[in-house]
Design a protein around this ligand. Sequence first.
Ligand SMILES: NC(=O)c1ccc[n+]([C@@H]2O[C@H](COP(=O)([O-])OP(=O)(O)OC[C@H]3O[C@@H](n4cnc5c(N)ncnc54)[C@H](OP(=O)(O)O)[C@@H]3O)[C@@H](O)[C@H]2O)c1
Length: 417
Amino acid sequence: VCKVALVGFGTVGSALARLLYARRGEHPLSLSHVCNRGVDRKKVGWTASDVVWTDSIPQVLASDADIVLELMGDIDSAYELASGALRWGKSLVTANKQLIAHFGSELLQLARDHGQYLGFGACVAGGVPVLSGLQEGLAGDRLVQIGGILNGTCNYILTRIEQAGSPFSEALRKAQQAGFAEADPSFDLDGQDAAAKLAILARVGMKIAILPDRVIRRSIRDVTAIDFEYAHELGCSIRQISTATLRQGEVCLRVGPSLVSKGSPLAQVSGSQNLIVSTGEFGGETSFGGQGAGGEPTAVAVLSDLIQAANYRFHELPLLEYSAAKESLVSNRFESRYFVRFVVRDRPGIISSLADVFAHHGMNIDAIHQRPGLDKACLPFVITLETCCESQLSSAIEEIGKFDFLVSAPLAMPIVQ
Ligand SMILES: NC(=O)c1ccc[n+]([C@@H]2O[C@H](COP(=O)([O-])OP(=O)(O)OC[C@H]3O[C@@H](n4cnc5c(N)ncnc54)[C@H](OP(=O)(O)O)[C@@H]3O)[C@@H](O)[C@H]2O)c1
């Protein structure tokens, strides 16, 4: 039996302890320690009576636990714990995407140096076994694109704006009340959370070494109900979409609000569900979907990793090939058709001014969409553009930002499917 020291008894940690207990006798694991700051307020009566409750990480490291399970979140203290555990000859399992996206290679090397297992399957898409699916199930293909919906908070907020027509601030408040968004939701809304997951997916699925800060990020904060109305007229919905695309040896990673066709499976994803679609050069598209967050689904992914870690101690298994990744040229040439929403004080000549700027930057207008009967003092309308490069579009939008007829900054979103 392998002894597990659990550090971080929060949503996932307590769900994992319950799952370990509910499935006792079905796995080769026993919970030896629960560590949390201020541990006394965390104690529960339903774990085995010999579990040691502690708030001392050094005590965990010096203990006879075989596997340390890091479920604290945060990056600095998690790194200290993770590297310490591997150096002390313990295997490590974590659900911390920021830790793995930033320090995955280093930790995997430490694990190899000390003959230990490093499991991080719960870092991306909670309960969906996408990392092992990419690593093992699709090892026979060469992946050229990985993309999808990786953040349940954004998905909840966008579906709320779509269904209730709520302003962004109200949809965010509802998400916070329903427990779908943190008190400080910036990491979710502005894309850092999805960028870390995308970097891990690109690494495991495409063998590309990339840090999350190289991912192009666009916030969902400026999406409004009127954007959904125009998107619906185009047969689309709006979702936070993350994509990693490999083209001619260069990789481009992007996270941001995007238009997806109403008929696409991505438009059907609701609440905290995640959906990831990989595209292989030989095998075509494969989808991975399910519960992307929540205590129980994530605890299942964590328990799967703990079972792997225990198996590793008995018979050496291959580690996820995190450190075999190659440095790759990072490109900001994200190409797509685009939807650009403007809000203007209406007057003659606006369209020709905008068309001149787009033409000057080498972009072709596909169509102009304007609903009748809207307030002319604050008029929202949309221009769709034929395929162009995001950096080209950003320069045009910067120039357009100087026009005095704008009521608010334009919002540009790629039309991805
Ligand atoms: N929740 C999900 O759906 C989900 C899904 C996938 C991955 N994850 C990842 O799983 C990890 C845990 O998430 P969670 O939702 O369970 O978080 P959580 O509910 O905030 O739990 C974290 C626990 O760790 C404790 N803690 C934090 N810093 C500590 C420190 N320095 N020393 C000792 N204890 C510390 C916290 O104590 P306090 O009570 O004092 O704050 C809390 O009990 C995170 O890396 C998260 O990204 C979560």
